[in-house]
Design a binder for this molecule. Structure first.
Ligand SMILES: Cc1ncc(COP(=O)(O)O)c(C=O)c1O
Length: 401
């Protein structure tokens, strides 16, 4: 493809791309592991690779070669027929998770949409249709997903939303107990609210949620779009708590950067998704499934869950030291390589400082600096990235940002 400089890229976007994203004035053109290069040749350390999609690093050779090989064989075949990569991927996913069966789609929002539809179908057979979700949650941008999302700012301009969804305070078992009744078909939650500010679920709350669902005959749905695929030190976030869902939604890291979403459901629940009830033209596409299978194999072959845990321990040690030093840090929280550093203020300014100094992080909810580094980031790179972050935080503290 022709080389463009940043001004040309920006001009083209300004002329032809809808402006729904607040973009930083940088265009990335290449990635390798935890490094990315912009159009002007600057090299960055990426502590937020692909918004959490590339847990095994950018352009992992195994993913690149699986895509190359499969794209030369068969890019797409519709679901009127069987294809090999879809079945292979479903087996990996089912065996690594809680058994059951899989449905494939293209994104996290679609995986949530599918989970909600499956819960409604399952509920219809039992006279139940209500869904309970959490305040502060984020589930994506389709109508079903924003209706499930418990943050008003995502609803603005889109009402009326999908009816039959109640939001309750996160980690409040009394509120959950009151909200779930005989009409409830599902309770949906994230184990760590990512976009919501890296808020961890309490283990006791999760146990209670499982019990309430069992008691009231409702399904428990986990949105593992961000927490799945090794992010939290286990294949899936729920494995940290030993509490299984009935339905799990995945996307982001599943394809190593290639777009794919998935839903896994216990075999009995999955039965409700009968022919004609739901579909996705590209869902389970051979190319996407080959990429995702390469991700499963790479995580296993390179022992990345264990390496992610080690990196996490080092990262939290350093961040805790930063917290002890800088009063501006209110809290450091997270699990595995899903990390939030809550500042008292200036989150956005720290993000900008890091970007200016060639380190990519994220800031959510104005004050929470979020890191989602790859499970194979080299330690010297991690430390270099954290040095820059620490320098940004020090400047924020001294009022010199
Ligand atoms: C927990 C969670 N669910 C759903 C989504 C939506 O995923 P997508 O943007 O792929 O539709 C996201 C995206 O950030 C997410 O973090």
């Amino acid at each position: 493809m022709e080389e463009y400089d940043f001004d040309q890229i920006q001009q083209q976007f300004s002329n032809y791309v809808i402006g729904n994203y607040a973009r930083e004035p940088v265009a990335f053109v290449r990635g390798d592991g935890s490094q990315i290069w912009d159009s002007e040749g600057r090299q960055y350390i990426d502590l937020m690779p692909g918004w959490g999609t590339t847990t095994i690093g950018h352009c992992h050779p195994a993913v690149v070669s699986a895509i190359r090989e499969q794209s030369a064989r068969l890019i797409h075949i519709d679901n009127t027929f069987y294809n090999i990569p879809q079945g292979v991927l479903a087996e990996h996913l089912s065996k690594k998770a809680f058994g059951g069966k899989c449905f494939f789609c293209n994104s996290g929002a679609e995986a949530i949409e599918t989970s909600l539809k499956l819960a409604r179908l399952w509920g219809e057979e039992r006279g139940k249709s209500d869904i309970v979700t959490m305040e502060g949650s984020f589930h994506g941008r389709t109508f079903g997903a924003i209706s499930a999302t418990g943050q008003e700012k995502y609803h603005t301009g889109y009402v009326p939303l999908l009816p039959g969804i109640k939001h309750v305070p996160f980690n409040d078992d009394v509120a959950l107990e009151q909200a779930v009744d005989e009409k409830t078909c599902a309770v949906l939650l994230e184990l760590i609210q990512g976009e919501g500010g890296v808020n961890l679920v309490d283990i006791d709350y999760l146990k209670t949620a499982r019990e309430i669902c069992n008691e009231k005959g409702a399904l428990l749905l986990f949105d593992e779009v961000q927490t799945g695929m090794g992010r939290t030190g286990e294949w899936f976030g729920y494995q940290n708590y030993n509490i299984e869902p009935d339905i799990m939604a995945l996307a982001k890291a599943l394809g190593g950067g290639f777009p794919i979403g998935a839903v896994t459901a216990g075999a009995e629940v999955a039965e409700s998704l009968r022919p004609g009830t739901h579909a996705a033209t590209f869902g389970g596409n051979p190319l996407a499934c080959a990429a995702a299978t390469a991700v499963f194999e790479t995580i296993e072959d390179e022992n990345l869950i264990a390496s992610g845990r080690e990196i996490s321990t080092l990262a939290f040690e350093r961040l805790q030291m930063m917290k002890d030093k800088y009063e501006i840090i209110r809290e450091v929280r997270g699990k595995g390589l899903m990390i939030g550093i809550e500042l008292r203020d200036q989150g956005k300014e720290v993000f900008e400082y890091c970007l200016h100094n060639l380190v990519r992080v994220n800031c959510t909810h104005e004050t929470v600096v979020r890191l989602l580094p790859a499970m194979n980031i080299p330690l010297d790179m991690l430390h270099k990235g954290l040095d820059i972050l620490a320098a940004g935080i020090a400047k924020a503290q001294n009022g010199t940002l």
